[in-house]
Design a protein around this ligand. Structure first.
Ligand code: RB5
Length: 145
């Protein structure tokens, strides 16, 4: 089971809460949920992404899920932080390959792109995935090298 942090801006509060509940039901450890309590409370996605990534880099092995309108702003911000490898996914193949080949530790999803059901399925593929290592480790090392 995964140790998970969830974060969203105002555009994705519903999706964040849906995924956190889905994760708890599946038996995952939802350590913390970051971002506004309601969609009326505006929050800037870079602030949420930075806060979540700071927690994640202090906890090797934990995974993050960052959701905003498109997932893009969260991913752009998260990928500036050393040790974070964030992928925007709209399908299960990308989600599992992001783990297997890129050792992704943050999944970014767009609440204005995916329905709740597909987002949960993509999330499931991401958390079920695992890094293959081997030749991919050398390539992942080159990202920060
Ligand atoms: C907020 O309106 C929106 O710009 C944000 O949620 C996200 O899509 C940015 O990447």
């Amino acid at each position: 089971m995964a140790r998970l942090y969830f974060g969203s801006d105002h555009a994705a509060v519903e999706l964040r809460e849906h995924l956190a509940a889905h994760a708890r039901e599946a038996g995952h450890d939802v350590v913390e949920t970051l971002g506004p309590a309601t969609a009326d409370e505006k929050a800037d996605y870079p602030d949420v992404a930075k806060a979540l990534c700071a927690k994640l880099t202090a906890q090797p092995g934990a995974l993050g899920v960052l959701v905003c309108g498109t997932g893009q702003g969260m991913a752009i911000t998260a990928n500036r932080i050393r040790g974070i490898r964030a992928v925007v996914c709209g399908d299960t193949f990308s989600a599992s390959m992001g783990r297997a080949h890129n050792d992704a530790n943050v999944l970014c999803l767009g609440a204005r792109v995916l329905g709740l059901g597909l987002a949960a399925t993509v999330f499931d593929a991401f958390v079920a995935g695992s890094f293959e290592g081997g030749r991919h480790q050398r390539r992942v090392d080159l990202i920060d090298g």
